[in-house]
Design a protein around this ligand. Structure first.
Ligand code: FAD
Ligand code: MLT
Ligand code: ZN
Length: 508
């Protein structure tokens, strides 16, 4: 059986009809660094000599999708998108930008959720989509090497034919690049099973700010020679180098996959179900996702959904198992589900009977972000806290917004607070949906939420990164000494600060 999972919501970019506020107008304190040069005709002539006449875009209208982020929350003012085809071209571009002090934003599929992939001012966009070749694949070890601009889903489909799969999966897979995934250290839906990119990435090819190519395309699983430099670039969000090549360990594609959706009455039940799934499903458990009723209602509002259960429940969990023996896996899952139902942990549930049903169940989870994108405005948060605290945090935010007078009445600016996420990773996506961007709301959320997270030893960004949305709050998750060392590292690798300026590290 082919178990490739195609999201029915595979990252549809929503183009807004209303104009997106310029990022710089959202952050009035931000000033264009005076030492950055403004791009000239001479620069364009040079870039054309590197990438050719089809390797760039400078038409204002065509540039809109490159200047605007996926959620239509951030907008930059770049006048040039460069689309190099080779590592040598990236190197020549960066060497020139370094010499000329031209600022650059590396860009992958532009699906990032923290405004990191679009410029703030007139930074040149270095879009990686033309670097999209698979370089090699070792069918014995499962080690893949590829250009950084390969689309995640394209790589996954390519590997499917060889019986392998990518070790990460996310609803943006139809657009995001593997280079962008690594630059953000994306987590996604399979981290529970296959671990983080810090473990699966074996090597990287990176072009530094001054054009130096750092070739570390190792295909070794074990290599204890010196500092593991590649780790520095995983999650560095384009601020210290441009990833051009990737070596990654890919797992065998499972022969047997099951997907079940359960309705539950309480978050305590969600935790019991999770704990029990680890015991009962253990090695075949490949995903354990949750969403609340508010997320589900929002999903149903925007998509034509056919209910699979007779009534709604406060919580839903989606469980996926992946193994090599269907009978064995079916038996394990059935026994687990029976226990959940008999013990009253789950109130109702369905198990997908075919691939279409699997896609439909996953489609709900994958469609939540897109549904949010259809709301007038949303404040998105992506935090890690102990699993037991996930719902306390959500409830506390609802209460806080109500007592703050912005939620609960028909004319309140907040429409709803919705939560979903990766239970197995202790990662909740808390989203405050509003009628418009409203400082009465944002002032109540920030830094309140970050203080809450810090108090519980959590992280203010579990997987989406910092970009321009969370950089000023880094101090809630990292000590002053660590931030200082990060700044020193940035200054060493990018002394002129041309790579993705104004982001990632606190500017104040
Ligand atoms: P971009 O958005 O283009 O860039 C992101 C950052 O990386 C920017 O700072 C950019 O400068 C930098 N960058 C990009 N390419 C390079 C490169 N080659 N070299 C150096 N820097 C580079 N994230 C998760 O972790 N888990 C999820 O489950 C998840 N689900 C999502 C679902 C949807 C529908 C959407 C829209 C987003 C989701 N995300 C998720 C956000 C996530 O960060 C991105 O989808 C993805 O990892 C970014 O890849 P990208 O190629 O689009 O990068
Ligand atoms: C997800 O898990 O769906 C993503 O991280 C995106 C989001 O937070 O909406
Ligand atoms: Zn997520």
């Amino acid at each position: 059986m082919n178990v490739a999972r195609f999201s029915i919501h595979a990252c549809k970019r929503l183009y807004t009809t209303k104009s997106v506020t310029l990022t710089v107008d959202k952050f009035p304190g931000y000033v264009r660094h005076p030492h950055f040069k403004k791009q000239t005709q001479q620069d364009l002539t040079y870039f054309e000599s590197i990438v050719g006449q089809h390797g760039y875009i400078n038409n204002k209208d065509e540039m809109v999708p490159y200047n605007t982020d996926w959620m239509n929350k951030f907008r930059g003012q770049s006048q040039l998108v460069l689309m190099p085809r080779t590592t040598q071209q990236v190197s020549a571009i960066l060497r020139y930008c370094h010499d000329q002090k031209l600022a650059v934003v590396p860009q992958g599929g532009n699906t990032g959720l923290v405004g990191g992939s679009v410029p703030v001012f007139d930074e040149i966009i270095l879009n990686m989509k033309n670097m999209n070749r698979v370089r090699s694949f070792d069918s014995v070890s499962g080690i893949l090497t590829a250009d950084a601009g390969c689309i995640l889903e394209v790589l996954d489909n390519w590997l499917a034919e060889k019986g392998y799969m990518m070790p990460l999966d996310l609803a943006a897979k139809g657009s995001c690049h593997i280079g962008g995934n690594i630059a953000t250290n994306a987590g996604g839906l399979r981290l529970l099973r296959y671990g983080s990119l810090h473990g699966t990435v074996l090597g990287l090819e990176v072009v530094l700010a001054n054009g130096t190519v750092l070739n570390n395309m190792s295909t070794l699983r074990k290599d204890n020679t010196g500092f593991d430099l590649k780790q520095l670039f995983i999650g560095s969000e384009g601020t210290i180098g441009v990833i051009t090549g990737v070596s990654i360990l890919t797992p065998l594609r499972s022969k047997a996959v099951n997907v079940a959706l359960l309705g539950l009455n309480s978050f305590d039940d969600v935790q019991v179900a999770f704990k029990k799934s680890r015991v009962e499903l253990s090695e075949i458990l490949s995903a354990f996702e949750f969403w609340d009723i508010h997320s589900f209602q929002m999903y149903k509002k925007h998509f034509n959904h056919k209910d699979v259960m007779e009534k709604d429940y406060p919580f839903y969990i989606l469980i996926e198992t992946s193994g090599s023996n269907k009978d064995h896996d079916d038996q394990k899952l059935t026994s687990y589900l029976e226990q959940m139902m008999v013990n009253g942990v789950a109130q109702d549930g369905v198990v997908a009977q075919d691939q279409q049903q699997m896609r439909d169940l996953w489609g709900i989870r994958d469609g939540l972000t897109e549904a949010l994108g259809k709301e007038p405005a949303v404040y998105k948060y992506d935090i890690s806290i102990p699993v037991a605290k996930i719902w306390d945090c959500t409830e506390d935010m609802r209460h806080h917004l109500k007592t703050g007078g912005v939620f609960g009445e028909a004319d309140s600016p907040v429409i709803n607070v919705v939560a979903y996420g990766h239970i197995g990773d202790g990662n909740v996506h808390l989203n405050i949906v509003t009628k418009d961007l409203d400082t009465r709301v944002s002032d109540l959320i920030e830094p309140y939420l970050f203080e809450w997270v810090a108090k519980h030893q959590g992280s203010i960004s579990a997987e989406h990164g910092l970009g321009v949305a969370k950089n000023e709050f880094l101090g809630y998750s990292k000590s002053p000494e660590m931030i200082e060392l990060m700044k020193t590292t940035k200054a060493m690798l990018d002394p002129k600060g041309i790579l993705n300026p104004y982001k990632y590290l606190p500017q104040s």
